[in-house]
Write a protein that binds this ligand. Structure first.
Ligand code: PLP
Length: 459
């Protein structure tokens, strides 16, 4: 009955989408005139989504890298419901706080590596990265070094869509024509061996990419650099796996020049890499860490900046108002959902399972794709992975029009009811952490079939 109703409504919803909705990151001409609006997703259960025509879709991306516990979790819905009845909202601005807000702060401090003992809340990854910019500059003022205000990040990085977080990011299409990056934001080569490593071994290239950070610090003057920010594994940039040599060297360089090390764990956090945080996977202890997405499995919007005791200690000791915050900082219902979400992640042992079972299975299955004529490299860590499409494997060369092959392949996947994402000509994966082995097989087999169709289409 519901499906029949939905089927009848599809035309109406698509029409409303065309006439009134401006979708994020979309080409409006293509979407509104060629495609006739969006595919309408009406329901989710486990790793599956259902569209308004009743089609079941395997979600290999966990929404936008966030629905780690899968769809339809009653425990999460109930935690929001209970908290909304008790206290749906109150703020933390004027010497008030709510129980879920501080309970979650304690839990995050317990989980986070090193001395990341303090939490500043927002509602999105973008907001949390904006908060990092504000807080790092505030910190350096309090530390008596106000000239330390520059930020260094990497080409291809994605840190969000607000003006500051898009400046931290290194994606040209998000900056050109939008007056970005803002002043004070600088970018260096990412640790992307497959594209930039040339004849160097991955480990040699990892050191070279880390030294690019040092060169930028020296070029700007260490006395002007506030922080370096990076995702442990770059997600939306193409699931770029840094060589093992990279992060320890970057951390050493940051410490040497008194530059704060910020880990954007918006994707990597909460088990995605088979470790609670990506920083643990690479053995680093950042001064600040941003969290979002998997913190609530996407059920309600929430983000956090984890701040080290030595930074927070300075702010507490020096005093003076931190003139920054959001209406929804520490939203009680979102924090209640986060607490329930983390508790389920622990009860279901999903981080260990990702590390020891599902992650290795995905890795093994991806390796099998290397015999495909279009596949130049596969990489994965836990349940985040990538498949590089190339024109010539030996030369690691691409097609002239970067991203065409990726888009063709992604569209074939989508048409066969599998959601994967294409970043340039790289197919990327990030399924819910609850995924079963057989569903991983389905994902990889579906990708192989789509690769065959893509090869045929490319001729
Ligand atoms: N940082 C990273 C690494 C992300 O992948 C994203 C979103 O994809 C963001 C920040 C921005 O998060 P949001 O879309 O919640 O603002």
């Amino acid at each position: 009955m519901t499906e029949e109703l939905n089927r009848n409504s599809t035309a109406r919803w698509r029409d409303l989408d065309v006439r009134h909705h401006l979708n994020p990151f979309s080409d409006y001409r293509t979407l509104k005139t060629r495609d006739g609006g969006s595919r309408i997703i009406v329901r989710g259960e486990g790793v599956h989504l259902y569209d308004s025509e009743g089609q079941q879709i395997l979600d290999g991306m966990a929404g936008l890298w966030c629905v780690n516990l899968g769809y339809g979790r009653e425990e999460l819905a109930r935690s929001a419901y209970d908290q909304m009845l008790e206290l749906p909202y109150y703020n933390s601005f004027f010497k008030t706080a709510t129980p879920p807000t501080v309970e979650l702060a304690e839990k995050l401090a317990e989980l986070a590596p090193g001395d990341l003992d303090y939490v500043f809340y927002g509602s999105s990854g973008s907001e949390s990265n904006d908060s990092v910019v504000r807080m790092a500059r505030f910190y350096w003022q309090k530390a008596g070094k106000p000239e330390k205000s520059n930020f260094i990040s990497r080409t291809y990085a994605y840190h969000g869509s607000t003006m500051a977080s898009a400046s931290l990011g290194g994606m040209k299409p998000m900056q050109q024509g939008y007056g970005l990056p803002l002043e004070g934001f600088h970018h260096v080569t990412p640790p992307y061996w497959y594209d930039f490593g040339g004849d160097l071994s991955p480990e040699e290239f990892g050191l070279q990419a880390a030294r690019a950070v040092e060169e930028k610090i020296l070029e700007l003057g260490p006395e002007t650099v506030a922080a370096f920010i990076g995702e442990p594994i770059m997600g939306a940039g193409g699931v770029l796996m840094p060589p093992e040599s990279y992060w320890p060297e970057v951390q050493r360089i940051c410490r040497k020049y008194d530059v704060l090390l910020v880990a954007d764990e918006v994707i990597c956090g909460f088990g995605r890499t088979g470790h609670m945080f990506g920083s643990e996977r690479f053995g680093i202890e950042p001064d600040m860490m941003t969290l979002a997405k998997g913190i609530t499995s996407g059920y309600l919007p929430l983000s956090a900046v984890m701040v080290s005791a030595h930074i927070a200690g300075k702010l507490i000791e020096q005093g003076g108002e931190f003139a920054h915050g959001y209406t929804y900082s520490g939203h009680p219902a979102a924090c209640a959902v986060a607490l329930a979400n983390i508790s389920l992640l622990e009860q279901e042992d999903l981080v260990r399972r990702t590390h020891e079972e599902t992650g290795p299975h995905l890795k093994a299955r991806l390796q099998e794709l290397l015999d495909h004529p279009l596949v130049g490299e596969v990489r994965s860590e836990g349940l985040i992975g990538a498949v590089e499409l190339v024109k010539d494997k030996q030369a690691r060369s691409r097609w002239d029009d970067k991203s065409t092959a990726g888009q063709i392949c992604r569209d074939h996947c989508f048409a066969s009811n599998i959601i994967l994402r294409a970043v340039r000509d790289t197919m990327v994966f990030s399924p819910p952490l609850i995924i079963e082995m057989s569903q991983i097989d389905q994902l990889v087999d579906g990708l192989r079939a789509s690769l065959d169709r893509t090869a045929a289409e490319l001729g």
